[in-house]
Design a protein around this ligand. Structure first.
Ligand code: ADE
Length: 225
């Protein structure tokens, strides 16, 4: 079973995300265990503070190394981790290829930053991979960790009902997914493409591939380069 530990100073932001739908079922079926940790639990002062001013001055607080190091080391004493991932806008941009690789791992740790980020020594000493979910800045790494964990978990075999459905996702072959339709076949005169109701499997596959290619050329020509 895969295990994902997420370290956060606002753990309640993450709780409900993993308690619903596919992610809930994936945990109930023992495909994955997601454990959320409150970095504040590893503070040693009575006010449970975990951040402080930046050396050298400047606006914004920095998450301190001590509570984070204690939390990471406590987890490492229990099991070995394949990757310790720090979610940060200056990380490598998340791509489906990277998600596919991570979905094959056993134990992952994800560290969420806040404020101006974490003390650089956390990154130097513990983090093995730094990931950004896009070129914009969020107020914390929690949403980024949720995005990454969701993309990983749905790829674990058995998590999706139809095992082939992850293979036909957009990006899996550098093509966007083709359009899909369901009943009714005619909605106020807007009809489903004839070919899809023909029952001709090979022709349908061919049509879907052409549609994928057309969509990709129109919307994301960069993927075809
Ligand atoms: N934390 C804040 N912004 C982020 C981003 N774009 N990606 C990952 N982590 C972040």
């Amino acid at each position: 079973m895969m295990r994902i530990d997420i370290l956060s100073c606002v753990p309640s932001l993450l709780d409900s995300f993993f308690a619903h739908s596919i992610l809930k079922r994936a945990q109930q079926a023992n495909h994955v265990e997601v454990v959320i940790h409150d970095i504040r639990d590893y503070s040693t002062n009575k006010h449970r503070t975990i951040d402080d001013y930046a050396f050298g001055g400047g606006a914004g607080m920095v998450l301190q190394i001590e509570p984070i190091a204690r939390c990471i080391r406590a987890l490492q004493a229990e099991r070995a981790y394949d990757e310790i991932i720090y979610l940060t806008p200056d990380g490598e941009q998340m791509q489906q290829r990277m998600v596919n690789q991570l979905s094959l791992k056993g134990n992952l740790m994800m560290l969420c930053g806040h404020y101006k980020g974490v003390d650089q020594r956390v990154r130097d000493m513990f983090v093995t991979k730094e990931i950004s979910i896009g070129d914009y800045v969020l107020s914390g790494g929690e949403l980024a960790a949720a995005v990454l964990a969701d993309a990983i978990i749905r790829l674990i075999p058995g998590v999706l009902n139809d095992e082939t459905s992850a293979l036909t996702d957009s990006f899996q072959d550098n093509l966007l997914a083709p359009p899909v339709y369901s009943r009714p076949a005619d909605f106020e005169g807007h009809k489903v493409p004839e070919i899809l109701v023909s029952g001709h499997e090979a022709k349908i596959e061919e049509w879907r591939y052409e549609q994928s290619l057309k969509r990709t050329k129109e919307r994301r020509p960069d993927l075809l380069q």
